[in-house]
Design a protein. Structure first.
Length: 114
């Protein structure tokens, strides 16, 4: 579903944001990952971006290890429930984490409806 969500974005967008990026799916965040995102309960964290946002890239930026977006399967399924559209929720979470990669904070992402 993550691959399908990514393929749904325009090609120009994918080329820009997916370079040197790993997207992984895990069952649930570790307690440490949840705390780093300001969340107490790991089941409340749907995704997490770790890396250097585009806005902090400078002339000296080099291609090191990839940035990582983690998508957490069990919290997404729990939030969507039986009648929800899981693919749409995965697309929203992926877009939200890509927004962090672009340097947007939670407030701005909420303003944009992501």
């Amino acid at each position: 579903m993550v691959e399908e969500a990514l393929e749904g974005f325009p090609e120009e967008f994918r080329r820009l944001v997916l370079d040197n990026l790993a997207v992984v799916v895990e069952d649930v965040a570790s307690p440490r990952e949840a705390r780093s995102a300001g969340v107490e309960d790991p089941m409340m964290l749907l995704g997490l971006y770790t890396g250097v946002p585009f806005t902090r890239w400078g002339r000296g930026h080099y291609m090191g290890p990839p940035d990582v977006i983690r998508i957490y399967r069990l919290p997404i399924l729990a939030e969507v429930g039986r009648e929800g559209d899981v693919l749409e929720k995965v697309r929203q979470v992926v877009l939200h984490e890509l927004g962090h990669r672009a340097g947007l904070d939670e407030r701005r992402l909420r303003e944009l409806g992501v």
